[in-house]
Design a protein around this ligand. Sequence first.
Ligand SMILES: [Zn+2]
Length: 340
Amino acid sequence: MISKGIKSRIKSSLFSISRHPLLKNLLSFSPTANGAIFCFHRVLPAVHESKNFPGDDYVITVDSFEKFLAFLAENFCCVDLDTYLSRINVRSSKPLCHITFDDGYSDNLEFALPAIKKFSMPTTVYVTSGYISRDCTPTHHYLIHLYDLSFNSLIQSTIDTHDVNSIFTGIDFGRDNISYFVSNSSTLLQKRVCNSLMDKTGVKPNWDIFLTPSELRSLALEPLIEIGSHTLSHPNLAKEPYETMKNEILMSKESLESTLSKKVSHFAYPYGGFKQVSQAIVQEVEKAGYSTAVTTMPRPFRGNKSFLLPRLFITNKWTENSVLTRALGLSWFLNKQLTL
Ligand SMILES: [Zn+2]
């Protein structure tokens, strides 16, 4: 049994250490963090054969998702995005949180929505409008599907043929190389590669995993759901020519607004890392008339950066302490451990 005095001394020492500027940076420590935005892609039953999807970490089971929402409902104040922004810098007894989904998968309606409603969880679903209208190939999914069908050598040689700067020649081509190619090449190059592979293999993209326009409308009618834009074709915006980048941001908004007959105010950058979000891109998002934009950068919210909102990925491997530490910072975690 540790005495109260020793406990308090340990606590204050740990707190001083954790406030050191270097450690603060290393651990994304933020004594003012008052909430977090969580990022999901797909929710599927455990028995579901999740083939044609790049990486298990993008799929969370219904069971794990429900447990996560129950945990949030108990420990956080779950609000819509506008409320989150208006209250994030105000101290409150419970931290804020908001749930988001990216890309626009049909399982968001079938499997995520019942849990969202069960726990009354305000949620934003960022949709790639070209996937919904079936106007553009979901490159990542398509190449992974071909890879699973053992077309890896053909994918590699097709990329080599169309990309003068291909870095894949002579290497052992794997799933990670597909992710690298998709997040580091232009939409035009991806289109050429996919079209060529469709001709050679006869395999077409699987659109069924994405919401249809009428499913999207059903989702948008739900009071807890807000639909946001995730561009037209899910490019790395930093790799696109300026005009294409601008169109992806603006035209996806227009397309979704016309499908839903309502204003679309929120945006998510595809891939959303430091390398995919430049100042010019942020400016175009603002000019297009959005009111917020989310990244996939995990740092806790600091100040009023409505167009660079950080988010945290949640996988099936989440634990209560890992979520709280990542969401609220080291000081919160140490505080909790020492007051238990
Ligand atoms: Zn995405």
